[in-house]
Structure formats: structure tokens, C-alpha cells
Design a protein around this ligand. Structure first.
Ligand code: SF4
Length: 317
């Protein structure tokens, strides 16, 4: 008898607390002020989210100088450098800061270690908006290291005053390899006060690790510029999945990927709405993958309050 075709659905997957808050911030800003509302950079790295908000009247720009004076601008979940706040103030923009509180935490760590005159090694991907924002907090103290092979180039002033921090959406395993190399070079390397790779990134990777060895194919729903989504494909391949692909939409799935496949793993990045995962479940069902089993490795309950500028005003008693 032929083996039945099944889908393993990772849990947790999809929206994290920071993305939920950032997307809601733009929606609330549109409700409150009407269109247009400007957003600096993609509010979160997901095509569908950006297109949906654009349809509602959000205008996405690259820099604050593209925003008309005094208009409303939302800063994305990835955070901004102090320089961006300064230029926004110069143009009298009304800012709504949707930076994820877990990114803000890394900014605070960077400021604190810079104040104490440490050399800060920031592990992250060159050109990513979050890294640009964090580096901007203390450019004279921070140097970027993009993976273990970049450690050889790191130079510090005092090997006893070095700390590593990281982007929130990296591969946990690869980051630990980079830290190991850094520690071989600087045995007195300090660790961040708490994990910089956020709970959502870690949880999604743990769920993929649990299901990957059983999967012929792992489909990750997410956009190509979404760091945490791209990492999930890598984690799947490193942990036993025979193949793995990143797709924005179900329609991007090439039916030949399913040839000879019995078990498909399915997950989504932290910026991906569940409706897109449902689209993939439906498509897989059309190809005979009717048995859907959830693989749960953690429960998530964290939520964040909306940015201060959008919270209801307190009424005096
Ligand atoms: S992935 Fe992590 S750091 Fe990024 S928005 Fe979500 S919770 Fe915040």
C-alpha cells in the first residue's frame, strides 16, 4: 500500500509580537489620521503585508526626506538610528515608532556598552535595516561581523573590553559558531546581558529542527528579504530535510517539488500572515496531502502594547 501523503505544520510559525504590533500600528494610524500615512522602509519584510497596507493608503519610502514636511511617518519594526530621528525632527514629521521592543533592547545594550567604552562586535548581515539602526547608536564602537569567517578581520583596542551583540533574526547555530571563533580570538569576550536573537526567531528554528528530519521537503512561507524566513530554509536543510524552498505565495510552488514526496514540512517566517500558510495547505491538499499534523515545540503568549503615539489618551479621574 502506498504511504499516505502528509503535511507537518510547524508551531510556532508566522506572526511574532513585534510584527503584529508594527502592522497594527500602520492600520491604526490610517484609521486615526486617514490616508496617506508614510512608512519608512517596509514595515515588516513581507510582500503581502506591504501590498495590503499600500492598498489602504500607506506610502512606503526609503528615507524621511521623501516624506512631506509635517506629515505622519511610521518607523518600521526593524528600528532606526538616532540620525533618522534627527532628520525626521528637522522636517517636523509626526513620527510613530513601531520598532520592535526586542530590537530597542539591543539598541540600549549598544548604547550602554559604548558608554562604558567597550568595542562592540555586532553579529549580523551587512545592509540589513536592523543592523544599520543598531550600528547608528554607536558607530565609533561597533563593528559588524557577518558570520564566522569574518572573525579574522576583527581588530579591537583592548581585548579585555569586548562584547558581542547580534541582530535579532539570525541562525542560532551559526551565531554560536561566530561567537566560538570570537572567543578563541578574545578569551575575555563578554556576552550580551540576555539573548539578542529573539524568542520568535529561536522558537521557529526549534520547530523546524524538530520536523526537518522527517521531511522530504520543507516549504517556508516568507519573503526573500526576510532574514528570519531565509534562516528557516537553511535550518531545514542543515537538519535533515531533503529539500527546502522559500515562497511568498502558494502559486510559487513548482509541482515538480512534490514528485516522490511523502512528507512536506510547512512553516512561515515571523512576518507572514496565516492566510498565506492556509493557501499552501489548500494547494497541498489538491495534490493529495490531506493529512495535516501539527508539530508543536513551544507556546507563545507574548504581546506588546502599541507604540505610545497610538495608545488612547489617559483620562484624569
Ligand atoms: S522577529 Fe523578533 S525582533 Fe523581529 S519583530 Fe518579531 S519579535 Fe521583534
Amino acid at each position: 500500500m502506498a504511504e499516505s501523503k502528509r503535511v507537518l505544520l510547524a508551531s510556532p510559525r508566522g506572526y511574532c509580537a513585534g510584527v503584529d504590533r508594527a502592522v497594527e500600528a500602520v492600520e491604526r494610524a490610517l484609521d486615526k489620521h486617514g490616508a496617506p500615512v508614510y512608512v519608512r522602509k517596509e514595515i515588516v519584510h513581507n510582500r503581502h503585508v506591504v501590498e495590503t497596507l499600500s492598498d489602504r493608503g500607506a506610502i512606503f519610502v526609503n528615507e524621511t526626506d521623501e516624506v512631506p514636511e509635517s506629515a505622519i511617518v511610521v518607523f518600521s519594526a526593524h528600528g532606526v538610528s538616532p540620525e533618522v530621528h534627527r532628520t525626521a525632527a528637522e522636517r517636523s514629521l509626526q513620527t510613530i515608532d513601531a520598532t520592535c521592543p526586542l530590537v530597542t533592547k539591543v539598541h540600549q545594550e549598544a548604547k550602554r556598552f559604548a558608554r562604558d567604552d567597550y568595542d562592540i562586535v555586532l553579529i549580523g548581515h551587512e545592509g540589513h535595516e536592523e543592523v544599520e539602526g543598531t550600528s547608528g547608536e554607536a558607530p565609533e564602537h561597533i563593528q559588524l561581523v557577518d558570520g564566522p569567517d569574518a572573525v579574522d578581520q576583527v581588530q579591537v583596542r583592548d581585548p579585555e573590553r569586548v562584547v558581542w551583540l547580534s541582530q535579532t533574526t539570525l541562525s542560532v547555530d551559526e551565531t554560536m559558531q561566530t561567537v566560538k571563533r570570537l572567543r578563541e580570538k578574545f578569551p575575555l569576550l563578554n556576552d550580551p546581558p540576555s539573548d539578542d536573537i529573539c524568542y520568535a526567531t529561536q522558537n521557529r528554528q526549534v520547530a523546524v529542527k524538530a520536523m526537518a528530519p522527517k521531511c522530504d521537503l520543507v516549504i517556508v512561507v516568507g519573503s526573500k528579504n526576510s532574514s528570519n524566513s531565509v534562516r528557516l530554509v537553511e535550518v531545514a536543510l542543515q537538519n535533515g530535510a531533503k529539500s527546502s524552498y522559500l515562497v511568498d505565495y502558494a502559486r510559487e510552488i513548482d509541482p515538480t517539488w512534490l514528485d516522490g514526496v511523502t512528507t512536506v514540512g510547512l512553516t512561515s517566517g515571523a512576518s507572514v500572515p496565516e492566510v498565506l500558510v492556509r493557501g499552501v495547505v489548500d494547494l497541498l491538499a489538491e495534490h493529495g496531502f490531506n493529512d495535516v499534523e501539527t508539530v508543536t515545540t513551544a507556546e507563545e503568549t507574548l504581546t506588546f502594547a502599541l507604540p505610545r503615539e497610538l495608545r488612547p489618551a489617559r483620562t484624569a479621574n
